[in-house]
Design a protein around this ligand. Structure first.
Ligand SMILES: [Mg+2]
Length: 442
């Protein structure tokens, strides 16, 4: 069964009998102009509904191609039947418009009746001769386009008569899904600033979940573990799990296990060390013997002896690898701007004459790893952040789109440089509107 969620509406396709859809508010009849039983879908529906349906249909007939009318369900398990007259292919023109009208008018009636779920057959594809591939494209395009206007309909089901029709629908839905862009969302400065949630961030995350938009929360924070970030988000009412938190420690621990096995000297806060579970940590006082020297955001724990120990480790033989958990220069705290990882890495590179491997924004390797988790191509992915360099430029260099928000560390001067964001939003609260305008389904 293929399923697509768009604008909080789920669209699915199943093989089955349109007259046997219990739990669905309305089924759609591929009717004839006189609303008589006949064969195919109409015959099956009239047989299951009993003679009361034909009696109720009488005064409503005839209907024109593209038109839809509603009756009760009679002996059917559904409260309503919506009858649509599809175009006869090659006779009723413009066929594509008339076919789209059927789906649009049926959804309009469902909305008027406050119906939550509706089941459609593949209108006009039987004896009316509409080619299935063509009709499927029109049906799906029309219902997807209608979704932003739907208030009560939350579930649209296409009930296909045979295997071949089901395959055509599944392929068409699969294509719509494959083109669904994924989102990487920066945490600090986008969803919250310090201990305060950005207004509208909760609603936007609910909107992402409601629409099944694949997403990861991306952070260069190496000062707290993923579990602490999940707890922090929960305090703002945003519920997620650790698997959605993509941070430099997570990326680095995987990368180091294969690229620099051996003892790692970790310059990260105690709480973050759990994320390096697979790595063996060098004795915390040793000044030689490291395979890697990993620099995270130690914040106020940076002192001359601590920084100098990292330097001595890097000068020891054999030379260890210098690893930076991100190259963020600074961040916005509640009391002002604060130094992040990059200045300390730069100092060590300069002193020890080496170059760090960066596993964190804005490195391409880091973004690539995040996209691997999402199973998404760079061209289909969007990064939203408050850092014009670390978020926007980093994402763009990795082949993604980069959106800048005017919250967190944003400064108006950010827009005067060479980096051009694909969009600039006042805050993440504007994302759903921007998405509906700018992210076109294929
Ligand atoms: Mg940020």
């Amino acid at each position: 069964m293929a399923l697509l969620r768009v604008n909080s509406v789920s669209i699915e396709c199943v093989m089955g009998d349109i007259a046997d859809q219990p739990g669905v508010g309305a089924i759609v009849n591929a009717a004839n102009a006189r609303l008589l039983p006949g064969g195919g879908v109409a015959g099956a529906i009239h047989r299951a509904a009993g003679p009361g349906l034909e009696k109720e249909c009488g005064p409503l007939a005839p209907i024109r191609p593209g038109e839809a009318v509603v009756t009760g369900g009679h002996n059917l398990p559904n409260p309503y039947v919506i009858h649509c007259l599809g175009p006869v292919y090659g006779t009723d023109e413009p066929a594509a418009t008339l076919l789209a009208d059927c789906y649009r008018n049926a959804l309009g009636i469902a909305e008027e009746k406050g119906i939550r779920s509706i089941a459609f057959p593949a209108i006009s594809t039987g004896i009316f001769g509409y080619p299935v591939e063509e009709a499927t494209g029109i049906a799906l395009k029309t219902v997807v386009e209608e979704t932003p206007r739907l208030r009560s309909v939350r579930h649209i089901r296409f009930v296909l008569f045979g295997n071949r029709d089901l395959r055509v629908y599944e392929q068409a839905l699969g294509k719509l899904q494959a083109g669904t862009p994924a989102l990487l969302i920066d945490l600090d400065g986008v969803l919250y600033v310090g201990e305060k949630a950005v207004a509208g961030s909760l609603e936007t995350v609910q909107w992402l979940n409601g629409n099944g938009i694949p997403h990861l929360f991306v952070t260069n924070t190496s000062s707290r573990p993923g579990s602490a970030l999940v707890e922090k988000l929960a305090r703002f009412g945003i519920h997620t799990d650790e698997k959605r938190i993509f941070s430099p420690p997570v990326a680095a621990s995987q990368w180091l296990a294969t690229h620099a096995p051996g003892k790692a000297a970790l310059f990260v806060p105690e709480a973050t060390k759990a994320e390096f579970g697979r790595l063996e940590e060098l004795d915390r006082h040793a000044e030689s013997g490291a395979s890697s020297v990993v620099i995270g955001d130690l914040g106020k724990q940076w002192t001359f002896p601590v920084l100098n120990r990292a330097f001595r480790l890097l000068m020891a033989q054999p030379k260890p690898l210098l690893v930076a958990l991100g190259m963020t220069r600074y961040w916005q705290g509640t009391d002002g701007l604060l130094l992040d990882v990059a200045p300390f890495v730069k100092a060590l590179e300069h002193a020890a004459g080496c170059e760090a491997v960066v596993l964190g924004k804005p490195s391409k390797a880091f973004f690539d790893a995040g996209l691997d988790i999402l199973g998404c191509k760079p061209a289909d992915a969007i990064m939203i952040g408050d850092d014009i360099a670390g978020d926007v430029q980093g994402a763009q260099r990795a082949g993604m789109k980069g959106i800048l928000v005017r919250t967190g560390k944003f400064r108006p001067g950010d827009l005067e440089g060479e980096i051009k964001p694909d969009a600039v939003l006042d805050s993440i609260a504007e994302l759903p509107d921007w998405w509906k305008e700018s992210v076109k389904l294929p």
